[in-house]
Design a protein around this ligand. Structure first.
Ligand code: URA
Length: 240
């Protein structure tokens, strides 16, 4: 892991401020003053900052293409869950899914132990785009309904009526549409479709904050680490 990233992850400061700190000679690794912000450090290394030892916290970032019939939880006594896709050697790393996909929803799910990033990606304040491919049965979307969704509708299917944030519908054909949300209310896509008498048959998240996954389900069940560029993309989308 890079030294500057390790220090930033530990809450010392932003990447650019920790680079300045390194340049000023304020950081040591195993007793030697560090000069290169890109030097690799590992779990056992002793790092000091301004003479004070800091703990290394390795942030990890994964993308799981979630299959159908899987619970969005790290463990469950009864049901198969996304935690089952995490290799055993990472079990102690406090990884957690960023938000939830329903048991029957497939597609893009980020799993990380970067709590601040996770919190911000889920906060409506940051207006993070999440796009879903929806296969549905029922009447075709009318222009009037699409306009209503784009201004926000009031869902009255649960105890308390709730207003949805503006969302975008893009019709593909009589049974398929894409919907882009900027918030994450419980079962929001299914409820918006149901509000207009359309039943969701299959739901797949294909885009989140600039990251994409295939529209077809052939990659379901694959887990991969995000690249440095993808991590930076996510972070910059929420001001980190
Ligand atoms: N909206 C839903 O209805 N379900 C999901 O899994 C995600 C968004």
């Amino acid at each position: 892991m890079r030294l500057d990233r390790t220090l930033a992850n530990s809450g010392i400061g932003t990447r650019s401020s920790v680079r300045q700190l390194i340049a000023s000679g304020g950081v040591t690794v195993n007793g030697v003053t560090a000069k290169d912000p890109g030097m690799q450090v590992n779990d056992g290394d002793k790092i000091t900052c301004g003479g004070k030892e800091i703990g290394i916290k390795e942030n990890l970032y994964f993308l799981l293409d979630k299959p159908d019939n899987i619970l969005t939880a790290m463990e469950d006594p009864r049901l198969p869950c996304v935690g089952d896709f995490i290799p055993d050697e990472l079990k102690g790393k406090k990884l957690a899914p960023v938000g939830r996909l329903d048991y029957h929803t497939t597609g893009l799910l980020i799993i990380t132990n970067d709590g601040e990033l996770s919190h911000r990606l889920q906060s409506p304040k940051y207006h993070i785009a999440k796009r879903y491919l929806v296969t549905f049965q029922g009447p075709q979307w009318s222009g009037k309904e699409i306009d209503a969704v784009s201004s926000g509708i009031t869902l009255t299917d649960m105890d308390t009526p709730v207003k949805t944030a503006p969302a975008e519908i893009s019709v593909i054909n009589d049974n398929e549409a894409e919907i882009t949300l900027y918030e994450g209310k419980t079962h929001e896509v299914r409820r918006i479709f149901a509000h207009f008498g359309k039943e969701v048959i299959a739901l797949r998240r294909i885009f989140l904050a600039g990251l994409e996954t295939d529209k077809d389900v052939s990659g379901c069940g694959t887990l991969r680490e995000l690249t440095e560029d993808e991590i930076n993309l996510l972070k910059s989308s929420v001001g980190l």
